[in-house]
Design a protein around this ligand. Structure first.
Ligand code: NI
Length: 170
């Protein structure tokens, strides 16, 4: 297994919508394993293919806590939010593609997600609270949306300035 490089803001590719997966071949299966490994290594609660430079509708999520957390994950292909309701204030949300930023994001409290599993079977998930937030965050990536787009404009501008300074320093 390979730890993949994570694409970070302001890379333009992060703003592009990902393409639907039409065939779950060995390349996709290997990508899933490598993405899971990369997520555990980071560590993160989720990772979208676009974050490792692959423009395909694939996410891995790990919303379990405690001892089981390290080696359990779920891979979802072509995931889609089909129902959502309620409000959840996601505090201290972060993203592996947006380093050094934590911010509050307003999310739905509950989502219903349909997707395919790595064997091509249709799955339906009903999640609430933190796992629902992770799914919304990762599915946002597939639509070219970063959590940066969902925070206050003041905080966003401050972050953009910080990134510009970093880039000058390199
Ligand atoms: Ni993210």
């Amino acid at each position: 297994m390979t730890i993949l490089d994570i694409v970070t803001y302001p890379a333009k590719s992060l703003a592009e919508p990902s393409e639907k997966i039409t065939e779950i071949d060995d390349t996709i299966k290997t990508l899933i394993e490598n993405m899971a490994e990369t997520m555990f290594e980071a560590p993160g609660a989720g990772l979208a293919a676009v974050q490792v430079g692959v423009n395909k509708q694939l996410i891995v999520v790990n919303t379990t806590e405690g001892d089981e957390a390290e080696n359990s994950y779920m891979a979802l292909i072509n995931p889609e939010i089909v129902e959502s309701d309620g409000e959840f204030i996601s505090e201290d949300e972060g993203c592996l593609s947006v380093p050094e930023l934590r911010a509050t994001v307003k999310r739905f409290n509950r989502v219903k997600v349909t997707a395919l599993d790595p064997d091509g079977n249709a799955v339906e998930l009903n999640e609430e609270g933190f796992p629902a937030v992770v799914l919304q965050h990762e599915i946002d990536h597939l639509n070219g949306i970063l959590f940066l787009n969902r925070i206050s404009s003041l905080k966003r501008e401050m972050y953009k300035r910080k990134v510009k300074k970093w880039m000058k320093g390199h």
